[in-house]
Design a protein around this ligand. Structure first.
Ligand SMILES: Nc1ncnc2c1ncn2[C@@H]1O[C@H](COP(=O)(O)OP(=O)(O)O)[C@@H](O)[C@H]1O
Ligand SMILES: [Mg+2]
Length: 507
C-alpha cells in the first residue's frame, strides 16, 4: 500500500470513529475528548482542542482537549479576535502556523508547548449554518514532510462540521433538560394554600384536591389522625369556595352529650323540652349559605344519622319539637380520625350515610409520613411565634435534626405547641438540643424494644459461650477465662451475672 493510500485509509477510519463516538451519548466533554484522542491515534495530530463560544461571556473556552492537563484547559480562554484561535472564530476561515516558534500571534496560553519549534499549529472554525460557534485546533509535527497541510486542514474541517452538528444537538438537548427541570420545579409546590405548609407529595395531593373541589358544592370527607390539619383544610375549602363570604360553622360531634346533640345541630322550638325557654337555631341553620364542618362524624349516634342523611339529600329538617320544615343551603364537610368503614362493618355507622359522605375523600398524612415538611413547619412556626412574642429565637442544626427525627404522634398540633413553648420559654437567642423537651430526645417505644431485644440476644450468646468454655475446661475458671480471652476476675463476674455454677460433684 502506498503511503498516501494508507493515510487515506486512516482518515476514513478516523472519521468513522469520530462519528461513532459522537453518536454514543450527550456527554459533551467526554465525547469531544475521545474525539481529540482519535486525532492523535489516527492522524498524528497532538493536543487537539475544541473551543466553543460562550454566548453569554462571548469568550472561547476549551471544552475538551487531548494531552492537556485540567489546569492547562482552564487557562485556555480567548476573546473573539484574540490570538490565532480568536481570529479563526472571527474570520470564520482556517489558519495554519507552519512554525509555531516564529509566530508572534501565537499566544501559547495553555503553556503546553515548551519546545515551540518543529510544530505546525492547525486551526479551523466550527461552523453551523455559516456561523462560527467554535474552533478546532491541533498540533502537527514537521517531520512528516510528505503530508500537505491542505490535506490536514480538509480533514479537520470535516471533523469540525461533525462537531458543529453535535454541539448544536447537545445545546438543544441541554435546553430541553433544563426546561423539564423547571417544569418539575414549578409543579413541585405548584399547589399552595395560604398558611398551610407542605411541599411533600402527600400534601401536594391534598392541596390539589382542595383546589379541585372548592368551586363545587360536593360533600368532602377528611380522614386523618388528630392534629394533621383536617380543620385547616376544611376552612381552606370554604374560603376558596363561592361561599367564602358566608359563615363557616364548625361542630364537633364528640364534644357534646348525646342528648343535646340533636338540638345543637337542628335547633329547637320554644318549650320543646324542659329548659327550652326560647326557640333556638341549630348549627345547620346558622351555616345557611355557607359551610358546616362536622368533626368526628364517626361519633354521631346512630339514631341521629337518618336526620343528617335527610339534610344531605333533601337539604331540609325540622327543629326539635317543631313541625315546620326548614330548608337550608349548606355545604357539608365531614372529618374523622376513625376508620369509618370499620364502624359501618360493626353496625355503628349507617352504610347509606357513609356513601353519602364519602363523595370526595381527602386523606391527611400523619406528620411522620411526610418528614420532609418538618423543617418547613419548624421554620414557619418559629417565625410565627417570634413575631407573636417579639423575639428572634433561632434553632441549632442539631436541635432541628432531633425535631426532624421525632415521631410526632400528635402531628402538626404537637409540633406547633412545642415550637410555641420553645420560643416563649427561651431566654437565649438560640435553641439548643438541651432546651428540647425530654420526650423528644428519648427513643421511641419501637426503638426501645429493638435495643432490648438486641441486648438480650447478645447476653444469650455470651452466657452460652461462657457455659461452653466452662464445660470444656471442667469448670476450671482460670482455663475457661483464658479460652475466652478474658481475665479470671471477669469470668467470675459474668458467672455471677448469669447464675452459672458448676453442678454438684464437679470439681
Ligand atoms: N400543614 C399545616 N401547616 C400549618 N399549620 C398546620 C398544618 N396542619 C395543621 N396545622 C396547625 O396544626 C393545628 C392542628 O390542626 P387541625 O386542623 O386542628 O388538625 P385536626 O383537625 O386534624 O386535628 C392547627 O393549629 C393548625 O393550624
Ligand atoms: Mg380537629
Amino acid at each position: 500500500m502506498s503511503k498516501s493510500l494508507a493515510r487515506e485509509n486512516r482518515i476514513l477510519s478516523a472519521l468513522l470513529e469520530v462519528s461513532k463516538v459522537l453518536n454514543s451519548s450527550f456527554d459533551l466533554e467526554k465525547n469531544l475528548s475521545r474525539t481529540m484522542r482519535v486525532l492523535g491515534d489516527f492522524l498524528e495530530m497532538e493536543r487537539g482542542s475544541v473551543f466553543l463560544l460562550d454566548q453569554h461571556t462571548k469568550e472561547l473556552k476549551i471544552v475538551a482537549a487531548h494531552g492537556l492537563t485540567k489546569e492547562q484547559i482552564s487557562r485556555g480562554k480567548y476573546k473573539i479576535g484574540e490570538g490565532i484561535v480568536g481570529r479563526v472564530l472571527e474570520k470564520g476561515s482556517p489558519l495554519v502556523i507552519p512554525n509555531v516558534g516564529e509566530e508572534p500571534l501565537f499566544l501559547n496560553k495553555t503553556g503546553s508547548r515548551f519546545q515551540k519549534s518543529g510544530i505546525s499549529f492547525l486551526c479551523v472554525p466550527i461552523k453551523f449554518k455559516g456561523e462560527s460557534i467554535g474552533v478546532l485546533s491541533a498540533d502537527r509535527l514537521f517531520s512528516d514532510t510528505d503530508i500537505t497541510i491542505d490535506e490536514d486542514i480538509r480533514v479537520l474541517e470535516i471533523i469540525a462540521s461533525i462537531i458543529a452538528q453535535y454541539a448544536i444537538l447537545w445545546k438543544h438537548y441541554k435546553e430541553t433538560e433544563r426546561e423539564k427541570e423547571n417544569l418539575k420545579l414549578q409543579l413541585k409546590g405548584k399547589y399552595s394554600l395560604p398558611n398551610i405548609i407542605g411541599t411533600s407529595d402527600r400534601m401536594q395531593e391534598v392541596f390539589e384536591s382542595v383546589h379541585r373541589v372548592s368551586d363545587s358544592k360536593a360533600t368532602v370527607i377528611l380522614y386523618g389522625e388528630s392534629g394533621t390539619g383536617k380543620e385547616l383544610i376544611a376552612k381552606a375549602i370554604h374560603y376558596m369556595s363561592p361561599r367564602a363570604k358566608e359563615s363557616f360553622v364548625k361542630f364537633n360531634c364528640a364534644s357534646i352529650p348525646e342528648g343535646l346533640l340533636e338540638s345543637e345541630l337542628f335547633g329547637h322550638e320554644k318549650g320543646a323540652f324542659t329548659g327550652a325557654i326560647n326557640a333556638r337555631k341549630g348549627r345547620f341553620e346558622l351555616a345557611h349559605g355557607g359551610t358546616i364542618l362536622l368533626d368526628e362524624v364517626g361519633d354521631l349516634p346512630i339514631n341521629l344519622q337518618p336526620k343528617i342523611l335527610r339534610v344531605l339529600q333533601e337539604r331540609e329538617f325540622e327543629r326539635v319539637g317543631g313541625e315546620k320544615t326548614i330548608k337550608v343551603d349548606v355545604r357539608l364537610i365531614a372529618a374523622t380520625s376513625r376508620n369509618l368503614e370499620e364502624f359501618v362493618a360493626k353496625g355503628k355507622f349507617r352504610e347509606d350515610l357513609f356513601y353519602r359522605l364519602n363523595v370526595v375523600p381527602i386523606f391527611m398524612p400523619a406528620l411522620r409520613e411526610r418528614r420532609e415538611d418538618i423543617p418547613l413547619l419548624v421554620e414557619y412556626f418559629l417565625k410565627k411565634f417570634n413575631i407573636e412574642n417579639n423575639k428572634s429565637v433561632s434553632l441549632t442544626g442539631e436541635a432541628l435534626r432531633i425535631l426532624a427525627d421525632y415521631n410526632w404522634p400528635g402531628n402538626v398540633r404537637e409540633l406547633e405547641n412545642t415550637m410555641e413553648r420553645l420560643v416563649v420559654m427561651s431566654g437565649k437567642d438560640s435553641i439548643k438540643t438541651s432546651d428540647l423537651p425530654i420526650n423528644l430526645k428519648l427513643p421511641s417505644p419501637d426503638e426501645v424494644l429493638q435495643k432490648e431485644s438486641l441486648k438480650t440476644g447478645i447476653e444469650d450468646i455470651e452466657k452460652s459461650s461462657i457455659l461452653d468454655a466452662l464445660e470444656r475446661t471442667g469448670w476450671v475458671q482460670a482455663k475457661a477465662a483464658r479460652m475466652l480471652g478474658i481475665t479470671p476476675r471477669q469470668i467470675g463476674y459474668k458467672m455471677k451475672k448469669y447464675g452459672l455454677i458448676s453442678s454438684p460433684g464437679m470439681p
